[in-house]
Design a binder for this molecule. Sequence first.
Ligand code: CA
Length: 219
Amino acid sequence: MQILLVEDDQALAQALTQTLRAEGFAVNHLARGNQAVDAAKTDMPDMVILDLGLPDIDGTDVLKALRKLSADLPVLILTARSTLEDKVIGLDLGADDYLAKPFEVDELLARLRVFERRASTLKHAGLSIGNVRLDSASHQVFVDDENIELSRREFMVLKALMENAGRVQTRDALESKLYSWGEEVASNTVEVHIHHLRKKLPDHFIQTLRGIGYIIKPS
Ligand code: CA
């Protein structure tokens, strides 16, 4: 899950980024609203945490712009304006949830997990190809009904490939799902995840297109 965090309070942003990364999310942080809209145009995140009080444009305008780009992108509004009026404005504009500062990190994580569950039940509750079944809601993978252990990143790679069955996924595309911008990524990281996945999955389930990327053929 790639989260775009739009927050101009550097200390808060840093703390949140650290916490969310520790929870296994890929987090990209921007302090300005215009940057966030531009970023979403080129690299649509899986969810957005959006502060309303931003230095350049108002967070509500960012929300409107994001909604134009994607009707179902989950957006959690974060704001010091804790009045009911602001809450209603945010939800009217299409925010999915709302958290007033100061808040507990656990509360934020709970809301994000709801987003994650909602996104996966909506899109691909159960994804089956051949004898492999991936359950996004519970983060479990089964081969012939046997639950196999995957690391979070292995799971993300497999999920991306299964969701896009029949379409080649380049190494760059897979990397962008796993890591935050600017995060140091060893050049062979995706290969390493694929290598580990292959040991746990049926033979030839993941195919390599040399120099291009990887593909899972639909059943
Ligand atoms: Ca602010």
